[in-house]
Write a protein that binds this ligand. Structure first.
Ligand code: NAD
Ligand code: USQ
Length: 397
């Protein structure tokens, strides 16, 4: 299949592009590389050294013999998005190209607006481009488990059968997202569902859990193919952060009591799930939803697992319960269905002792590149402005 991967230079997009190319698909990456600029804004860098995009695709050509196309452009730029879809006429589009850090969206007004504008309008442009040029193309869109929040009932895959005043219907599962970023994903889901309904587009929303790990069989083939590994407070996801914190002797930063429970998956399962979705397209007019994670853990459980795994490597990791910078439940019911991708053939990599060892070993290998000053949380969900910003006076009548 010909597959256009928007956001193919990012943490999930790069290993997915390599995997799709490896299994024989024709892959073209489209990215505006804004994630690399955000590193500069945050004064941060991937723990692992990553090559620039042209070097990456050159290394892939040299090691695999396969070509990955590279298009530089912004989904917000209608001319670019329309043109790239028109020229490549993909069978499938995989859409990773969003601002994906919840803390980034909570820094202040401008970061909230940037996140929702980038994500919602970018996706809207893509929907119009698909409808105009390739209405039969299958859109595989990365959503998030965080769209559902933490309701006190089981979370279904996308839809809920409801009986109300004696009548029944199957409705989108209620959404209770926990950040301006997570809200942008909810808005996307509604827009995509509407486009499927009115134009007959076919789409799969992959409500992905928190991803951990960095290596896939393709990224470890050559140092120039290395994937990024974020560990700082804004883009670092919790398990990756705990690995680096243990490796540099920083206490593990458990927010609040650590009872927050989420769905998690290995980056090797991310790439496989996308492949399964692409190769088993939704029907025309269908808005299909899969919950893309393999296991559930609380933050406290993960910290305990890292403490034990680190001890086996001779590292003493301590846990620090910090005041929670986020507004979220720390003690809640969590049971989310995730059978759709298993039914399509996903064979998960579960979090085992050996896997924790390898995650910690990567962190230890690159720990000299880690900056301990960007590990502690500073973005607060409660203030809505930067900590240093002066109070704004109320407008006068
Ligand atoms: P990332 O920030 O590493 O990658 C996103 C890529 O998209 C970057 O290369 C960036 O430059 C590009 N991009 C962003 N806006 C763009 C635009 N307007 N035009 C063109 N390119 C643009 O993020 P990631 O971790 O790879 O996440 C990819 C997707 O998966 C996101 O949609 C995210 O919401 C979702 N997701 C990620 C995780 C996770 O744990 N990382 C979990 C669940 C869902
Ligand atoms: N947490 C800690 N300590 C830390 C970092 C995080 O206790 O040092 C806690 C958070 O409070 C939260 C949980 O760990 O309860 C997960 O936080 P995270 O930063 O690992 O993940 P999150 O902000 O939810 O976002 C990540 C990705 C996002 C994706 C989401 C999937 O950045 O793109 O959508 O995971 S989900 O969580 O299912 O919504």
């Amino acid at each position: 299949m010909k597959i256009l991967v928007f956001g193919g230079d990012g943490y999930c997009g790069w290993p997915t592009s390599l995997h799709l190319s490896e299994v024989g698909h024709e892959v073209v990456i489209a990215d505006n590389f804004v994630r690399r600029s955000i590193d500069h804004e945050l004064g941060a860098a991937s723990l692992t050294p990553i090559s620039d995009p042209k070097e990456r695709v050159r290394a892939w050509r040299e090691t695999s013999g396969a070509e990955i196309g590279l298009e530089y452009g912004d989904l917000l730029d209608w001319e670019f998005t329309s043109d790239v879809v028109r020229r490549h006429r993909p069978d499938a589009v995989v859409h990773f190209a969003e601002q994906r850090a919840a803390p980034y969206s909570m820094i202040d007004r401008s970061h909230a607006v940037y996140t929702q504008h980038n994500n919602v309008i970018g996706t809207l442009n893509l929907l119009f481009a698909l409808s105009e040029h390739v209405p039969d193309c299958h859109l595989v869109k990365l959503g998030t488990m965080g769209e559902y929040g933490t309701p006190n009932i089981d979370i279904e895959e996308g839809y809920l059968e409801v009986e109300h005043n004696g009548r029944k219907d199957t409705l989108p599962f209620p959404k209770q997202p926990g950040s301006w970023y997570h809200l942008s994903k909810v808005h996307d889901s509604h827009n995509i569902m509407f486009a499927c309904k009115i134009w007959g587009l076919r789409a799969t929303d992959l409500n992905q859990g928190v991803v951990y790990g960095t290596i896939t069989p393709q990224t470890e083939r050559d140092p120039r193919l290395m994937n990024r590994f974020d560990y700082e407070e804004v883009f670092g996801t919790v398990l990756n952060r705990f690995c680096v914190q243990a490796a540099i002797g920083h206490p593990l930063t458990v927010y609040g009591d650590g009872g927050q429970t989420r769905g998690f998956l290995d980056i090797r399962d991310t790439v496989r799930c996308v492949e399964l979705a692409v190769e088993n397209p939704a029907d025309a007019g269908e808005f299909r939803v899969f919950n893309q994670f393999t296991e559930e853990f609380s933050v406290r459980q993960l910290a305990g697992m890292i403490v034990d795994a680190a001890a086996k490597l001779g590292i003493e990791a301590l846990v620090e319960n910090l005041p929670n910078p986020r507004v979220e439940l720390e003690d809640h019911y969590y049971n989310a269905k995730h059978t759709g991708l298993l039914d399509l053939g996903l064979d998960p990599h579960y979090l085992s002792d050996s896997l924790l060892d390898s995650l910690l070993n990567i962190a230890v290998e690159h720990r000299a590149r880690a900056d301990a000053e960007i590990v502690m949380p500073s973005v607060s969900w409660r203030s809505g402005r930067r900590q240093t910003e002066p109070e704004m006076a109320e407008p006068q009548a």
